[in-house]
Design a protein around this ligand. Sequence first.
Ligand SMILES: Nc1ncnc2c1ncn2[C@@H]1O[C@H](COP(=O)(O)OP(=O)(O)OP(=O)(O)O)[C@@H](O)[C@H]1O
Ligand SMILES: [Mg+2]
Length: 288
Amino acid sequence: MMSDPLPPAFPAPGAEQCAQLETEAAKPVVAVCHVTVSFDGPPVLEDISFTVAPGETRILLGPAGVGKSVLLKAINRLVRAERGKVLLFGEDITSMPEEGLFPLRARTGMVFQEGALFDSLTVRDNVGYQLLQDAGIPEEEIDRRVREALSFVGLAETFSMFPSSLSGGMRRRVAIARALIAQPELLLYDSPTGGLDPVTSTTIIELIVKERDVHATPSLLVTHRLQDAFTLCTHRFDLDQGAMVPLPKGQVAPKTTFLMLEEGRLIFDGSIHELLRSKNAFVREFLE
Ligand SMILES: Nc1ncnc2c1ncn2[C@@H]1O[C@H](COP(=O)(O)OP(=O)(O)OP(=O)(O)O)[C@@H](O)[C@H]1O
Ligand SMILES: [Mg+2]
């Protein structure tokens, strides 16, 4: 699948940090260290290293099929790394038993590509799904928290509806509410605007900016829409107005940075300014 010869691996800052991770005071929320993933054929991801620090939003760019979803899934081990290691909340999950993974996954909110709602369940049961698995939480408490998550995404009125009666954009918001329900310490958004029109996409990005600026939840967000990525960088959420507003001209969100994959290799890790100045031919082509 890869062009031959392979592009040189990007000397990701994550790579040299790997050795120090165990001793650092401010540990990254996610540390991916020299990770390679393959299924039956050649590697889908090769020697990937990067980190997500507390409060950081990392935007993972790349065209279709380069391994963005696989990389996201490797972070909570829905996909297993063949080489290298993944630290989630400072714990090495690379070969951890499944039981050990449950509490770590419960601290992670994931918005799957296409939303992945259960069509046979109401919005309430979709959003409350994770809480419903825990027999100790009273129904009224689940109702309260579902309502809270639904109002955060502006969909309080959909509580008793079924996903099939919602628009594509509404379904995506419900999927985000589901990911937020347990107040996660990490959010993984897989192409949250994929397949949506530009106006609806902007409402989803506004929600992600709101979550970033209200709760400062560290996030890794996949997109192949540059417009979404730039909107995330150049806007903040204004609580008084209850809306996303542009940052003053020339300013960018300080902790929102970029990663780019090209056919399973990480070819970029840095700020929006570094991205725009990159001389890498693949980055340039992607930007243009
Ligand atoms: N479970 C799997 N088994 C075998 N191959 C897989 C599996 N999951 C993904 N792949 C392969 O890994 C490669 C990367 O897939 P991935 O879904 O990560 O791409 P992507 O960058 O998310 O693309 P898109 O932008 O279209 O969502 C593809 O060639 C895909 O066929
Ligand atoms: Mg994908």
